[in-house]
Ligand binder design. Structure first.
Ligand code: ADP
Ligand code: ADP
Length: 226
């Protein structure tokens, strides 16, 4: 589903060049939930920015569903750490906003948004505004807003980082449930090894040294999928 092939990224500053990642190759199968874990500064966000199509690589290529990535695409959704919901729109209008841009009729976009809202346990809150929701609820809304285009791959950049420990556990469970029900491919980055191991089908360890990507093949843990 996703392949990054010998990808490097260098940032050229005024008097120095920073190599963020060097020669990274990674394959992610359709429906896989992969976690990338490593210390701050090891290049996790750079990898995700490249896969999202937002940032061009210095070298190498990214292939999504058989096509070379040339920029942002609806096949790839990006969930940021901060939910960035529009404060003047209620939950359902935030979640369905991407479809509104597309000119999808209100009943149709609400129908699709409701399904997703239900999947993350936010039914009953459709009319609530972001400031009426908890941080965890806002992040749930952010995740399903990304899913409304039905992307093939979802990228997540420490989405539960700012949440308290209890809320994190709730959202991790919800995310696994969402993944199981939709079959979407997930690339999730975190600096928390425990979170990486708890969520991933496969955990990829990134060392702080450029190009050093150590892969851990997890003992397969069959999860029920319907
Ligand atoms: P992580 O997400 O693992 O914390 P990043 O991908 O953000 O790591 O950063 C990897 C390296 O690239 C770091 O050394 C960082 O300082 C550098 N870097 C990231 N973005 C830029 C930028 N825009 N300009 C210069 N250096 C950058
Ligand atoms: P989360 O796990 O999403 O952070 P919380 O632990 O903050 O959620 O909230 C747990 C439950 O409390 C929610 O599922 C909801 O039923 C209720 N709740 C939270 N915030 C509100 C609110 N602003 N209005 C009404 N009920 C709320």
């Amino acid at each position: 589903m996703l392949r990054i092939n010998d990808v490097s990224k260098r940032f050229v500053g005024r008097d120095k060049i920073t190599t963020a990642i060097e020669g990274v190759t990674l394959d992610v199968a359709a429906g896989e939930f992969i976690t990338l874990v490593g210390p701050s500064g090891c290049g996790k966000s750079t990898i995700l920015n490249i896969i999202s199509g937002l940032m061009p690589a210095t070298e190498g290529e990214t292939i999504v569903d058989g096509k070379i990535l040339r920029g942002v695409t609806r096949d790839v959704g990006y969930v940021t750490q901060q939910p960035n919901l529009m404060p003047w729109r209620n939950l359902i209008d935030n979640v369905s906003f991407p479809l509104e841009i597309d000119g999808v009729s209100r009943p149709e976009r609400y129908r699709r948004a409701r399904e997703l809202i239900r999947l993350v346990g936010l039914e009953g809150f459709e009319g609530a505004y972001p400031n009426e929701l908890s941080g965890g609820m806002r992040q749930r809304a952010n995740i399903v807003r990304t899913m409304i285009y039905e992307p093939k791959v979802i990228l997540m950049d420490e989405p539960f980082g700012p949440l308290d420990a209890q809320t994190r556990v709730v959202l991790q469970d919800l995310l696994l449930n969402l993944w199981t029900r939709t079959g979407v491919t997930i690339v999730f980055i975190t600096h928390d090894l425990q979170e990486a191991i708890g969520l991933g089908d496969r955990v990829v360890l990134l060392s702080a040294r450029p190009g050093r990507v150590a892969r851990i093949e997890q003992v397969p843990l069959p999860r029920p999928r319907d």
